[in-house]
Design a protein around this ligand. Structure first.
Ligand code: AMP
Ligand code: MN
Ligand code: MN
Ligand code: MN
Length: 278
């Protein structure tokens, strides 16, 4: 896995990452990253806190967010890069997502309780530490109580697709998030297209819809993407005249499979979001 001087997909304690934004940027700097986006799930509070703190670093930080949305029944993630963090519609959207995620957390706790587990709501909220709450905080709460051996097992037994804690909610539509990112003068990147458990034909359909709706780029460089996947994604970038992006999707220094700035590179032949941002 190559180390890069940019990383356009990272998470902090403002969502389900384990490093505070100020620590994350320090670690990224140590890893040789020069240009980074903090792309927390459905939150820009980490980015805003960093900027407000007047942090100093050799890294150039650009604004970012990873927005959860839905195309038909499929939940997908769209990374927004270099957006106007003060944009009103974007901020209303983020506030709505705070509410949606808290309502979902309550529903997850209820469902798991009905399945015989203790009420995990307060424990999960504690684990989220004031950041955007998500399923990984329930996984951590289960782990803290010794009810699972690791987070993976928590997803496998309780939180993953089709399990009791996988509560369906009305995420905003793909069209809406693409529109908001565009209005906020950002670039949209369809995150990790091969990680939704879709067949290649369905990935092609997703990308076609995404492009039709005005999406800008596909993530082509990310952990666990295979050479075959990259070949298919590169063809889709070219077919739909999109750009390509890359990032580590870093969450936790204990996850040995991700490191800041470390991810399979984006093929040189593709137009890169780096060139649109610099
Ligand atoms: P949420 O956005 O609350 O639905 O949570 C999704 C997050 O859970 C992802 O961004 C990953 O960080 C994490 N996640 C998803 N699936 C797994 C899994 N099988 N094992 C561990 N973490 C997972
Ligand atoms: Mn995550
Ligand atoms: Mn994601
Ligand atoms: Mn992510």
């Amino acid at each position: 896995m190559l180390a890069h001087s940019y990383d356009f997909h990272t998470h902090s304690t403002a969502s389900d990452g384990t490093l505070a934004p100020s620590v994350l940027i320090e670690k990224a700097c140590e890893a040789g990253v020069k240009l980074m986006a903090l792309t927390d799930h459905d939150s820009m509070s980490g980015y805003k806190a960093l900027v407000a703190s007047g942090y100093s670093s050799d890294i150039e930080l650009i604004s970012g967010v990873e927005l959860t949305c839905k195309l038909e029944k499929q939940v997908v993630h769209v990374v927004g890069l270099n957006l106007d963090a003060a944009h009103e519609r974007l901020n209303v959207h983020l506030l709505n997502l705070d509410q949606l995620r808290m309502d979902r957390a309550k529903a997850i706790a209820l469902r798991l309780q009905k399945a015989g587990l203790p009420d995990l709501l307060d424990a999960a909220i504690n684990c989220s530490n004031g950041g955007q709450i998500g399923r990984p905080h329930f996984a951590q709460a289960l782990l803290n109580l010794g009810l699972v051996t690791d987070q993976q097992q928590a997803f496998k037994k309780y939180l993953g697709a089709g399990k009791k804690g996988d509560v369906k909610v009305e995420w905003p539509s793909l069209a809406t998030v693409i529109d908001i990112i565009r209005e906020a003068a950002g670039l949209s990147v369809l995150a990790h297209p091969t990680k939704y458990n879709l067949t290649l034909n369905k990935v092609r359909y997703l990308v076609a819809q995404y492009s039709e709706l005005g999406g800008d780029a596909l993530e082509v460089g990310y952990p666990a993407v295979t050479v075959d996947h990259q070949r298919s994604l590169s063809a889709l970038v070219e077919k739909h005249q999109l750009m390509a992006s890359g990032g580590s999707d870093f969450h936790n220094p204990e996850y040995h499979w991700t490191g800041l700035g470390c991810f399979p590179g984006v093929p040189n032949s593709l137009p890169h979001v780096l060139d649109a941002i610099c």
